[in-house]
Design a protein around this ligand. Structure first.
Ligand code: FMN
Length: 214
């Protein structure tokens, strides 16, 4: 399916068929799709927490807005997209080391330039006190990657902002890892009586949202 067809077909699932589980093979693909998400200056400020067991669902439930329980209770898997509470030099060096190992930076000089340039851009956010806000923007890119990646595998999904982020952090002890949750995405196969599956898509007209510059 080309991307336009996928964009027309993808929709937000409001409840899943609890009997249908995503295969381990597809979950492995989704993990890799998430790992490959692009991010500004290749900062990769995220951690993706996967859950599927009843106990994991129960654990997050108190932080999820009640109107979203039909998604989290019935999904096959959920993913919490979290970001780091700041990107310190140790982390920046880890990213650089991986880029060197992956063969992206072919000389010490290029590696040094890469390190300094990323440090500069992160420093701008630190000076403005907006590092986490900037990291959250990257989390939304990963979320979008996951929504369309799962659709490409025939898996339905729900992006979820309707939850108490700081409560979820406490419930999962994310603070201890220096992480802050940003988004939850539920995944699975749509329930037969999900009213959202048959509703037509509604978007503002093209000319309202896309402007061609002269
Ligand atoms: C960032 C984001 C957060 C959202 N949060 C929720 C949510 O908490 N619960 C929910 O049922 N839908 C949520 N949605 C789904 C939107 O309402 C939905 O994407 C929109 O109405 C367009 O419909 P479609 O995704 O079916 O095309 C969210 C969507 C996005 C992109």
């Amino acid at each position: 399916m080309d991307f336009l067809e996928l964009s027309k077909a993808r929709f937000t699932a409001k409840k899943f068929d609890p009997a249908k589980k995503i295969s381990d093979g597809d979950i492995a693909k989704l993990k890799e799709i998430l790992r490959l998400s692009p991010s500004s200056v290749n900062s990769q400020p995220w951690v993706f927490l996967f859950g599927s067991s009843d106990s994991a669902k129960q654990k997050i439930r108190p932080a999820i807005a009640d109107f979203n329980w039909p998604r989290t209770d019935t999904c096959s898997h959920f993913v919490i997209i979290a970001v780091r509470d700041g990107l310190d030099e140790k982390f920046q060096k880890e990213v650089l080391q991986k880029e060197i190992e992956d063969g992206r930076l072919l000389s010490e000089e290029i590696a040094k330039e890469q390190y300094e340039s990323r440090k500069y851009f992160i420093g701008l956010r630190e000076a403005a006190g907006t590092t986490v806000t900037w990291e959250e923007k990257q989390a939304y890119i990963a979320m979008t990657t996951l929504l369309y990646g799962s659709a490409s595998l025939g898996i339905n999904s729900t992006p979820i902002e309707g939850f108490d982020e700081r409560r979820l952090d406490k419930l999962l002890g994310l603070d201890n890892y220096g992480l802050r949750s940003v988004l939850v995405v539920t995944l699975g196969y749509d329930a037969e009586n999900d009213h959202n599956a048959t509703r037509p898509k509604s978007r503002l007209p093209l000319e309202k949202v896309v402007w061609d510059m002269k």
